[in-house]
Design a protein around this ligand. Structure first.
Ligand code: NAD
Length: 388
């Protein structure tokens, strides 16, 4: 018997139109100066203004910071942390995909700490987060990372990724409004949607899974399974966007508490070395990692198959687990993501360097139901290259 620890952030609003809760929530904190963190695209298409305009109308002093880039490098995080310290802000609002949200929570917390963001990295840092930081409100505009409900900030390093993680990075308020995701292009909808699915799948097979995370993960898989293809085909499909938004949020809660495993551990080096987006890195590896480990969790793979809309009733667990891998493969293909590393122009010679960076992700690999050692990791990258 094991004991499960569950942490949820304090307050979350979900649903179409949930953005209307922003002003009342900001009012509770009466901040004199607010920093809104986003990326240039969201400023360009007017989504950032949907946050700043009503705040300014109420008389708040608002500074819009638009220098976030996708898969933000450590240096981008360092710059924002300095900017936040100098600006004497009293609240940080992150609006955007995982890249903007991750930097917003990092800046809100490190604004009240000393040292650089590098000092707080999980793998190489020497300092620990000790204070809660500025109040933070996180508003996702993609359905993927679940960053609005996790305590993680992911930063890209030269050849891999690392995280700053502490419960003080949790949002005080998360506002998950699917209306804000309608403008997400099909390619980003596909990649972020598979990211969310991977969170749910990995949380469900994680050695740290609990009854609560199982419920969250399976419901996320159901919602994503029935709506991801629709959201990619027609971004204006309201129900599909609602399902994806809820699916991503639930998957975020599931993986934050149960952890992710082999797919993420192997995806980080792929993003770090080849600058493939986080969602696509997960997507291309998902069927290969699950195919490799499926024998260690056949019953759970059968459950995932059923949640995806398949039917395991007349199958043995062994057969159902194989069918589950096929379903995952089909979904990745249907949403237009290349199904091999070669499809992303990754050369075969990179299998070795990917393996060497993959083995470093010990904390994440420890949650795999099948222990993944160096030889296993090399085999998985090789089969993802070969497409076998
Ligand atoms: P992203 O934030 O990098 O955004 C991808 C692209 O989509 C950007 O160009 C952005 O401008 C655009 N975009 C976002 N919302 C849009 C909208 N509504 N309309 C039009 N365009 C829009 O992508 P992401 O996948 O959401 O985040 C990826 C980052 O999150 C990575 O750094 C990854 O490592 C990290 N991540 C964090 C967690 C966590 O728990 N903190 C979990 C998983 C991934």
């Amino acid at each position: 018997m094991s004991v499960a620890k569950l942490v949820f952030n304090s307050l979350t609003y979900t649903g179409w139109g949930a953005l209307k809760e922003l002003l009342p929530e900001v009012e509770k904190y009466s901040p004199k100066k607010i920093l809104v963190v986003t990326d240039p695209m969201l400023a360009k298409i007017g989504l950032a203004e949907r946050i700043t305009a009503p705040l300014e109308k109420q008389g708040y002093s608002v500074t819009l910071y638009t220098d976030v880039v996708p898969e933000p490098p450590l240096e981008t995080g360092e710059k924002l942390v300095s900017f936040t310290r100098e600006g004497q802000f009293e609240m940080v609002i992150g609006v955007g995909g995982g890249s903007a949200l991750d930097l917003a929570k990092l800046a809100a917390v490190l604004a009240v700490h000393e040292g650089s963001a590098a000092d707080y990295l999980n793998l190489t840092g020497t300092k620990s987060v000790e204070k809660k930081g500025l109040p933070k409100i996180l508003i996702p505009t993609t359905s993927g990372t679940g960053s609005e409900v996790t305590n993680i900030s992911v930063l890209s390093l030269e050849t891999t990724k690392d995280v700053v993680t502490h419960d003080y990075l949790l949002a005080d308020v998360a506002i998950v409004d699917p209306e804000l995701t309608v403008s997400v292009p099909a390619k980003v909808t596909a990649a972020t949607g598979i990211d969310a699915l991977t969170h749910a799948v990995e949380a469900y097979i994680s050695v740290n899974a609990s009854p609560a995370t199982d419920g969250l993960a399976l419901q996320a898989i159901r919602l994503i399974g029935r709506s991801l293809r629709k959201a990619v085909e027609d971004g204006s499909d309201k129900q599909a966007r609602i399902d994806m938004s809820n699916g991503s949020y639930l998957a975020g809660l599931a993986f934050f508490n149960a952890g992710v495993a082999g797919v993420h551990a192997l995806a980080y080096p792929l993003g770090g070395q080849f600058h493939i987006s986080h969602g696509e890195s997960n997507a291309v590896l998902l069927p290969y990692v699950m195919g490799y480990i499926r024998k260690s969790c056949t019953k759970r793979m059968a459950d995932i198959l059923n949640a995806l809309g398949g039917n395991s009733t007349y199958l043995s667990e062994e057969e159902a687990s194989c069918k589950c891998v096929e379903e995952l493969e089909r979904l990745v293909k249907d949403v237009g993501i290349p199904s091999t590393l070669a499809g992303f122009d990754v050369p075969e010679s990179a299998v070795e360097s990917l393996t060497q960076d993959g083995v470093k992700q010990k904390r994440i690999l420890a949650r795999s139901p099948l222990p993944l050692l160096e030889g296993d990791i090399r085999k998985i990258y090789q089969s993802a290259f070969d497409g076998t």
